[in-house]
Design a protein around this ligand. Structure first.
Ligand code: PBG
Length: 329
């Protein structure tokens, strides 16, 4: 397949000038490629820094309008809402997830009222912001129950859809939840609500700063290895994806991002469906702290994000999504 030979062929010829490099570039990024995660908190007129994530904040709902307006102006297609739940509202069953006046529901209503369909809103479907043990589902004898958890997730999904969520993103890794959520959405008149399945979510230590951001870090008992995937595996990723497609997922997520580019590529090449990559909190914190300390140049941000596109991602969830002017022309 590769033809030509030195000295008649010199690949450096096309690298010599900027115009020529631009002419042959294979991948690029635009605002359309990004999903902005937003952490929300109770209260008024507050913007609280997340200690472990430089440049990332938790916002009260009254501050959301400005933030979402800016996201729309920047050309972002979608935001993702993540609630910081007060400890007193957490319990063993995560019942706050089904409260129609919880933070996420109030945020959905207010953003949809103000901005209609100018921007998509994605919400996690999982119980970890709401459980006192920090797990994504119901726990019995230290095991996260599957089918019992799905029953709650189905209700959480329906509630979020009713509140105006455009894209439900089950991030819990229970078996069989996509099919049951799809069925209940369809039955209740939400045929057009999309599902972005976190189909391939690894049990990863790169999520550390996120758990700090949503206040589940010190609560989490044990780890999530009995439901999230083992990072030693990749064939299993294909099984997860094929099941979720059959069950009705519109898009799939691979997570974390940069250490899992092989998985993004594998999924894209095997299934040819929209693949979203999540540049998770730990990746963000490592890069940002390295840059802030002067250890590494800020151009690493663009370099790492382009890698996602090269691997085949259609879109990237990134905490850099509201800072694109720093590294996109
Ligand atoms: C919760 C959830 C997590 C992330 C997104 N949704 C953490 C976890 O599974 O423990 C991680 C995001 C990040 O690290 O940026 N279901």
């Amino acid at each position: 397949m590769i033809t030509g030979k030195y000295p008649s062929l010199r690949l450096r010829r096309s690298r010599k000038n900027d115009w020529s490099r631009r002419l042959i570039e294979e991948n690029n990024l635009t605002p359309n490629d990004f999903i902005l995660p937003i952490f929300i908190i109770e209260g008024k007129n507050k913007k609280i820094p997340v200690k472990s994530m430089p440049g990332v904040y938790r916002y009260t709902l009254d501050k959301l309008v400005y933030l979402v307006h800016k996201a729309i102006k920047d050309g972002l297609p979608m935001i993702a809402l993540f609630p910081y739940t007060e400890k007193k509202k957490k319990n063993l069953l995560g019942t706050e997830a089904l409260n129609e006046n919880n933070l996420v529901c109030r945020a959905l209503r207010s953003i949809k009222k103000r901005f209609k369909n100018e921007i998509g809103i994605m919400c996690d479907v999982a119980l970890d912001p709401y459980t006192s043990h920090g797990h994504d589902g119901l726990v019995k004898s230290e095991y996260v129950l599957n089918d019992e958890t799905i029953d709650v997730l189905v209700n959480q999904s329906l509630l979020q859809a009713q509140m105006g969520c455009d894209v439900l993103a089950p991030s819990d890794m229970m078996d069989g939840r996509i099919g049951k959520i799809r069925k209940s959405l369809d039955k209740n008149g939400y045929q057009m609500t999309q599902i972005l399945s976190y189909a391939v979510k690894y049990a990863s230590s790169f999520y550390g700063p996120f758990r700090d951001a949503v206040g589940s870090k010190n609560l989490l008992k044990g780890n999530k290895k009995n439901y999230q995937m083992d990072f030693r595996n990749s064939n299993e990723a294909l099984r997860e994806i094929s099941l979720d497609i059959k069950e009705g997922a519109d898009m799939v997520m691979v997570k974390p991002g940069l250490p899992y580019l092989d998985i993004i590529k594998l999924v894209k090449e095997n299934f040819r469906i929209p693949v979203v990559a999540y540049q998770v909190s730990g990746e963000y914190s490592l890069l940002s702290n390295g840059i802030n300390k002067g250890l590494i140049d800020k151009s690493v941000i663009l370099e790492s994000l382009i890698a996602f596109k090269r691997a085949g991602a259609n879109a990237i969830v990134s905490y850099y999504a509201d800072k694109l002017h720093n590294f996109l022309e």
